[in-house]
Ligand binder design. Sequence first.
Ligand code: IVH
Length: 674
Amino acid sequence: MAQTNAAARAAELRQLLNYHSHRYHVLDAPVISDAEYDTLFRELQELEEADPSLRAPDSPTQRVGGGIAAAFPRVTHPAPILSLSNAYAPEEVRAWLDRAIRIEPAAATTGFLVEPKIDGLTVVLTYREGVFALGATRGDGESGEDVTANLRTVRNLPLAIPVSQDGPKAPRRLVVRGEAYIPIADFEAMNERLRQADERTFLNPRNAAAGALRQLDSSLTASRPIRLLAYAIVQSEGLVPGTQADTLAYLRALGFSVADQVRRCAALEEAIGFAEDWARRRDELPFEADGMVIKVDDLELAARLGVVGKDPRGAIAYKFPAQTVSTTLLDIGVNVGRTGVITPYAILEPVMVGGVTVRQATLHNFDYIAEKDIRVGDRIVLKRAGEVIPYVIGPVLEARSGRPRRYQPPTTCPSCGEPLARGEGEVALYCQNAACPAQLVRHLEHFAGRGAMDIEGLGIRVAETLVAEGKVADVGDLYRLKTPDLLELEGFAERRAENLIQAIENSKAQSLARLINGLGIRGVGETVAADLARHFGDLARLASATIADIEAVAGLGPETARALTTWFGQARNQKVLEKLRRAGVWPVVRTTRTQGRRILDGLTFVITGTLPGMSRQDAKSLIEEHGGKVAGSVSRKTDYLVVGADPGSKAEKARGLGVRTISSTELEAMIEGG
Ligand code: IVH
């Protein structure tokens, strides 16, 4: 009896949690607070722990991943996963329709459905009895790889359909086609975090999504912000909508996300106009798209049109103008990062892409240059997509003439001339000279940056001048600067000098988390710094911590622990700490409650998005420990909205109501700073 009760409750919780997750991740309209969601989630987790047989494939607890696969089995698709033919000009779209009309005259009058062509990865999702049972990559169109465990971690992919009880009844078997992708904003945020930690960044959202879907460890996939948009039914044992417009509506009703930027157009010219309108506004799309797909809306008619090769005649991709151009690679330069990592960049014959002149582009890392066989003097293809930093795709081999020079990575630092080293088991090259001027400049820039001490007026140019003129040899020296020191420098008049001195002075009040981040220790970015600050409370305790002490901080691996102990063990860093301490730059985390009144007394917070380095529950406890209240939804009574990555509708609502938004780092700063 207890058993069946537990099973029934688990089933109820699964349904409820999937419903609320859909409201949050798909509809962007949650109806319960995150805390309430967490409570239900934990109840289900406990039931499943007590009786693992209750762990169903559509349980939201399975979204975190964790299973490690040895390989991805191959699976045959129930029907060929077709491709699309392309058109680059309106005449080509008209010619496509003319061809279709010759085969099926009805194509002249049926109307069209126009939707974005998302530049992601095709996935094929099979639902059995309404439960997500199999997810595969496109592969060669006939068969793909079984990446079910990875796809389960995709937050807006329904684990069971219909998600809502008032949705249409799911057929016994349904196979849906969609595109897995990473939204541009999430991609940028993810790359920025990686850059901050001097780790390898991803080339573009598509590559990042592809890599994530093919992770053997699904918990890694879960940590990447992949989303899904569904757009076709491959096979169904139930009723099949007669038009593409109805297909999208049906998929939406079942609980899938479908693109918002779609329109049904009665005439082809309207469809062309709609597609061209989006071509002009492509930067407004939240995902990378390489065109708009114009589809014959009547699906039976589309099927009768048949296929040519792998391309259905019933649809065509009207491509956006290229964001790739070719130009000449004049030279390869290298940058020295703040931890000494050397990265190559392309120096280009200036070229216009998407209305902007590009002179430089990232080459990513030295392996990339070798893998793609990029040589100085080559004609290369360059891509600049919206906000994504321009990068070199590769050489145009057919255009290679003469004997372009094969590139040799440098052996000495371009800034200080010291020999470069290769990190153990790493591909990156490092300058290990702790006194390297280029590193110091980057370090000062980072120390003064937004995520660290936030010193306004201390950007890279000023940092370069300070280093070149010998005014600072480390970040500790910043606090010894006086106005007259700055007046000696080019570009500094009275007012500017005083402002900078004041900004440096103000930075003394920054939180411990920001200071730790500012120190620029390898592997220690905003998130890790916040964890360390919370755990150790002050710099002295962190400095004397052992590797074991540091590893005890949840989520920190041995590499980061070793980087930290090494950093604090070095004499020159100890000198920096001493300078900071003497200057009064010594924040501590105040965890004790000041008598009677606590810091956040009377303040109401709402939390949204994924916070770096703390769970919602952690953030909630932190706020409550200091006297604050945490509410589930934003209202006029909200004092602060704490925003993490991937925020939902709450952020918009807060903006509308004029509620202040803060990051988790700022929340910690409020608490630490009192
Ligand atoms: S329709 C019969 N619609 O573009 C169905 N494809 O070459 C043919 N793609 O990798 C595809 N967004 O996965 C269709 N809204 C959309 C799409 C779309 C992206 C991808 C597709 C394939 C490529 C087609």
